[in-house]
Write a protein that binds this ligand. Sequence first.
Ligand SMILES: Cc1cc2nc3c(=O)[nH]c(=O)nc-3n(C[C@H](O)[C@H](O)[C@H](O)COP(=O)(O)OP(=O)(O)OC[C@H]3O[C@@H](n4cnc5c(N)ncnc54)[C@H](O)[C@@H]3O)c2cc1C
Length: 431
Amino acid sequence: MIVNYDDQEHSFKPYEQSYDVIIIGGGIAGSSFAIRISQLFDSVSTFKKILIIEEKSKNLKTFKVGESLPGEAKPVLHSLGVLEKVNNDTIQGKHLFCYGNNSVWGSNNLNGINSIFNPYGNGFHLDRLLFEETLLETLESQYGHIVKVIHGFNVTRSDFQEDKKFWEITISKCSSLNDDECEMQKKVYGKILVDASGRRCCIRKYMPSLKRQSFDKLLAFACLFESAYLNGLKDNDHHTLIEPCYYGWIQTSRLPNNQRIVLFFTDDDLVKQLPRKIRAVDEFVEFLRENSFNINKILKEFDYAPIKNRVMCMAANSEVLSEFASIKNQWIALGDSAISFDPLSSQGILTALYNSKFGAEATFFQFFYNKRPKGSGNKSNENIDDNIQPFDIYTDKFTQILNNYKEEKKYFYNKEQRWTDSLFWKRRHFE
Ligand SMILES: Cc1cc2nc3c(=O)[nH]c(=O)nc-3n(C[C@H](O)[C@H](O)[C@H](O)COP(=O)(O)OP(=O)(O)OC[C@H]3O[C@@H](n4cnc5c(N)ncnc54)[C@H](O)[C@@H]3O)c2cc1C
């Protein structure tokens, strides 16, 4: 049987700050989920309230890593109502088109996969913050009657009230916010809690039985470069380039405004053994010179110099949450909070988009709409098993994605066999 709120003995008691759905995190997963579930609420003309809590303040102009989005994302971008804007922004040079991947994986030969052979066509090298802004703006302009987004607040505590069947959530003002926005701390109440908090995966703090399993220790070091065009040559490359080395692997993509991002991936316990202290920009540049042929060549040819005086460092390991959703405790995890992928897969944003869409549909049919399509002459509908729960279907989908991902990861790392005495590669060959 599908759980329907209105049928429940302990139906939700309205409080001043009560919502049907509360989403932690206004990144890609949180906003995609909110757009899709708002579309569904609108389609049945039901009045519901959604709250997104995002700790970053609205006009924060920082840089966010994670730029490559394959063409396979186009159908989901279209269904979320943002494809046209992303395309137009790309034509105006605010994002860049990506025409495929090049790599020297497994040998010194440069091999490429061109998007001309992809039925979905080109992908994108995104200005990541602009892309996230586009999703949030679409949400606010089209579904502002359903969704409220609070920026600059951090979810610091969430408790599920088992007897009353709602979440009590404490939010605190982040220090970077303007003072006129609100109090330091307040409580909000929600029927369904959606964890879209990324790798931080807040839900595991509130549900002690949840565990997050890590499969490796991958760490990323990222540095942003800008081309000075001293020699008059313009970098027109539209591919992601991947180049492995003894200590891990290096990736680069061109970004808008004559910029390039270069990322180096290795294991966190191997950083001490690197020949250079790569947290320092000049050492990072030297490390690239010594350990990459193709990427270093591009940096030299187009006079790229580091923009900022720092190398960003972040976790990039594969991790999975022990459960993806709970009917009993009324929560669902999306995007990186549920599964974090190795960036080699370039799967993070794509999966966050698709799974948040499925997650929204599962939540809608699990808790807010229990009418099943009637037979209407279609025999297959008469055989629908009422015991199949939408949240179970969501969990099965995510489990399938995880299993495929593990196989693919093993396959790709095993294709690189040049450094058999390197601990980084040995670990991945025996996974
Ligand atoms: C180094 C690196 C490179 C990558 N490159 C690519 C790539 O090229 N292509 C690709 O597809 N994927 C890439 N990924 C993966 C991709 O970035 C993620 O899969 C994607 O960001 C997942 O989106 P999300 O919305 O689940 O999480 P996030 O993007 O992490 O969003 C989570 C949001 O929640 C907010 N938040 C967290 N905690 C709280 C709290 N307590 N209260 C309020 N708000 C909170 C955060 O501020 C954030 O905005 C890369 C990842 C790494 C580490």
